[in-house]
Design a protein around this ligand. Structure first.
Ligand code: PLP
Length: 372
């Protein structure tokens, strides 16, 4: 069995999510926007899923907009705010490209982070004024796992940019953190189902009552005119099932996977000379292990890891599969030579002891070989 250590890229689907979605491919296939009994049945399924998603995110059902995933949710928040309200967008320099590129597209401003990847609160304060209409700060980082000081961000944004919509990309935070309390101060929250045992291509954006965004998609007026397009009923239902399971099991998963992660990192530090933990474990989510290994090239290392049955990654996944230099490590001030040996090992709810055992053997061996 290979050791899959790339949960930050995607997770296997939870059995309860698979089971929940199957009827909507066959007997319950109708379009929920229709008027007949079969359509009403599909509509009820979407409404029930909406109730679950709302509860799991600390929102009202009417505040949940179903989307085609994390990228769409992020784009909707950033572009939707600036297009409707004008003004400026501000985001942390370590956001996922799904936030970074829309912010750059509207000529927004990026706020630096410290050596652990946390947004510089003083610099955030300096970047804000009454002209800022959108602030986006992620809950947890997809590369290095750093959890942002979101409560402090909320206070600063409310004080310095009273007109700003505060968005948080909780795509990587949701599996690990109590999102209801952690994002309570946000106006918009993005999540993506495939990061917590749901299917790819479905997500949600919470848009709090009173917060207005220009829609990205116009058409049939679904989602109360906020996101047109026939609902992905099967995906939405499966996302809700995965969310419920994630929330119910979260505390136990964090404890169990955190222990696995610690064993993995402690084992690597003991067996691989000149390896550096990129961010202290106390500053990041339980599933994240990110290290930089001196004297090896990430690409060569990943090749040997794959041959040994260990699936890991370097930075975030992008369409080409190519390895681009990490903007996250650069923003944290990690030297290029050190970043060249970056390795992201991300555990998830499905991780088991055997994954760590195999990874420890294969990584130590691969690094030894590359150095020889
Ligand atoms: N935001 C973060 C932090 C992510 O890690 C990802 C996916 O890697 C996304 C957004 C994009 O989500 P999706 O893959 O659903 O488009």
């Amino acid at each position: 069995m290979p050791a899959y250590l790339d949960h930050a890229a995607s997770t296997p689907m939870r059995p309860e999510a698979v089971e929940a979605m199957l009827p909507f491919f066959q007997s319950r296939f109708a379009n929920p926007s229709g008027a007949h009994a079969a359509a009403r049945d599909a509509r009820r399924a979407v409404d029930d899923a909406r109730d679950v998603v709302a509860e799991c995110l600390g929102a009202q059902p009417g505040e949940v907009v179903f989307t085609g995933g994390g990228t769409e949710s992020d784009n909707h928040a950033v572009l939707g705010a600036v297009r409707l309200h004008g003004g400026r967008a501000v985001a942390s320099a370590v956001e996922h490209h799904a936030v970074l590129h829309p912010v750059e597209h509207v000529r927004g401003q990026l706020v630096p982070v410290d050596a652990e990847g946390r947004i510089e609160l003083g610099a955030l304060e300096d970047a804000l004024d009454a002209d800022v209409t959108l602030v986006s700060v992620m809950l947890a980082n997809n590369e290095v796992g750093t959890v942002q000081p979101f409560d402090a961000v909320v206070d600063i944004v409310r004080a310095q940019a009273p007109h700003a919509i505060l968005h948080t990309d909780a795509v990587q935070g949701f599996p690990w953190l109590d999102v209801v309390t952690a994002t309570g101060g946000a106006d918009c929250i993005s999540v993506s189902a495939h990061k917590f045992g749901g299917p790819k291509g479905v997500g949600a954006l919470v848009v709090r009552t009173g917060t207005t965004l220009e829609p990205l998609l116009l058409g049939g007026g679904q989602e109360r005119e906020r996101r047109s397009g026939t609902h992905n009923v099967a995906g939405i239902v499966a996302m809700a099932a995965a969310m419920r399971a994630t929330v119910d099991e979260r505390a136990a998963t964090v404890a169990r996977v955190g222990t696995l992660r610690d064993r993995l990192v402690d084992g690597l530090v003991a067996s691989v000379p000149d390896i550096h933990e990129t961010v202290p474990r106390s500053a990041k989510v339980a599933g994240s292990a990110h290290v930089c290994i001196d004297g090896v090239e990430s690409e060569a290392l990943l090749f040997l890891l794959e041959r040994g049955g260990v699936y890991a990654s370097v930075a975030s996944s992008c369409a080409s599969g190519a390895m681009e230099p990490s903007h996250v490590l650069a923003a944290m001030g990690v030297a290029k030579e050190r970043a060249a040996g970056a390795l992201r090992l991300s555990l998830g709810y499905a991780s088991i002891d055997a994954d760590v055992d195999l990874a420890l053997d294969v990584i130590a061996d691969a690094v030894g070989r590359l150095r020889r």
